[in-house]
Design a protein around this ligand. Structure first.
Ligand SMILES: [Zn+2]
Ligand SMILES: [Zn+2]
Length: 345
């Protein structure tokens, strides 16, 4: 099969290669990939900035597909089933985190796309216990967004626990920011603002509007602090979601959140040490909710929201590429001139 492979560590070293179709063991299934999305993780591995990966490895972890082969002990699935899969393919099963329902935090975790072969290929193998059925009325194309939506659900619902009536500001207008803004509306936020900078003005802020987030703000042109103060009688936002990983935006979060408010952190900075207004956090007695990956309940929640049309992300997919055109697809992702970009396999 054809696959997009990171062949060795460093910047670049990504190429289409002929690879063997994965062999499955007794509790795994083989999945024919239908759609698979490009995530920041794939880009960071491409550019050599991701902290851990084990080349040669097929990239990609956001996918939807169809089961074509079952391991001999798999009884709960059949060939032809339409599925998506959680990412923690290999975990120890014995550590504190595995045993308390957090396999995503297992130190031995290996996930598709960096730790083991991923979904930028004709086929991927998955442990059967990580699969979720795609509802009949949800297309493969939309289902390929389950993983980024589950990660968003983990941040907003499971960790930050957004409340009905909250005044929510989402900093960053990438796919995750837009999904979180939509999820905040579903949860009954009183207002949802999403922010971008000048480079987002021509594309991503308009895309957010197209997806139903009316209140878009270009913070390169508008003083966000003044705007939030005006809209909240000087109190500040109940919840700020930081989805950029960029230092000025992180400081903006501390600036615009109200006393006793919350900051949900999902953006990952390029550097580990930041110059942050930490004392504002103390004086405001803030809750800081970091988050990564997702859990079972996020996946079932997202699939239900897709099924009942509460969460419609159809328009978030702005481009589809063949795997052979991966360079164009990655360039578009890096330039931020698209929403979610998918490979149709
Ligand atoms: Zn992802
Ligand atoms: Zn473990």
């Amino acid at each position: 099969m054809k696959a997009l492979v990171k062949t060795k560590k460093g910047k670049g070293f990504l190429e289409i290669k002929e690879m063997r179709v994965p062999e499955i063991n007794y509790d795994e299934v083989l999945i024919k990939v239908h759609y698979t999305g490009i995530c920041g993780t794939d880009v960071h591995i491409f550019t050599g900035q991701f902290p851990i990966y084990y080349p040669p490895v097929i990239l990609g972890h956001e996918f939807s597909g169809e089961i074509v082969k079952l391991g001999e002990k798999v009884t709960s699935w059949k060939t032809g089933d339409r599925v998506v899969g959680e990412c923690q393919s290999l975990v120890c099963g014995k550590c504190r985190f595995c045993r308390t329902g957090h396999p995503e935090a297992c130190a031995a975790k290996r996930s598709p796309g960096w730790g083991i072969d991923g979904s930028f290929a004709d086929y991927i193998k998955m442990p059967s216990w990580l699969l979720h059925k795609i509802p009949d009325n949800v297309s493969y194309r939309e289902a390929a967004l389950t993983e980024p939506a589950a990660v968003s659900s983990q941040s907003l619902y499971s960790r930050a626990k957004v409340s009905t009536g909250d005044f929510v500001v989402v900093l960053g207008t990438g796919p995750i920011g837009i999904i979180i803004a939509k999820m905040a509306k579903i949860a009954g936020a009183s207002q949802v603002l999403i922010t971008g900078i000048n480079k987002d003005e021509k594309y991503r802020l308009l895309l957010a509007q197209k997806l139903g987030i009316e209140n878009t703000v270009n913070v390169s042109k508008v003083n966000l602090k003044e705007m939030v103060d005006d809209l909240t009688d000087g109190i500040g936002a109940d919840l700020v979601v930081e989805a950029t990983g960029v230092e000025p935006a992180i400081n903006q979060a501390f600036d615009i959140v109200r006393k006793l408010g919350k900051i949900a952190v999902i953006g990952v900075p390029g550097q580990s040490r930041l110059n942050v207004n930490w004392s504002a956090g103390s004086f405001k007695a803030l809750d800081l909710c970091f988050s990564f990956s997702s859990q079972y309940e996020d996946w079932t929640r997202v699939l239900k929201l897709f099924e009942n049309h509460s969460l419609d992300l159809t328009d978030l997919v702005t481009h589809e590429f063949e795997l052979a055109d991966w360079k164009m697809a990655f360039d578009k992702t890096i330039d931020c001139q698209g929403g979610k970009i998918l490979f149709k396999i």
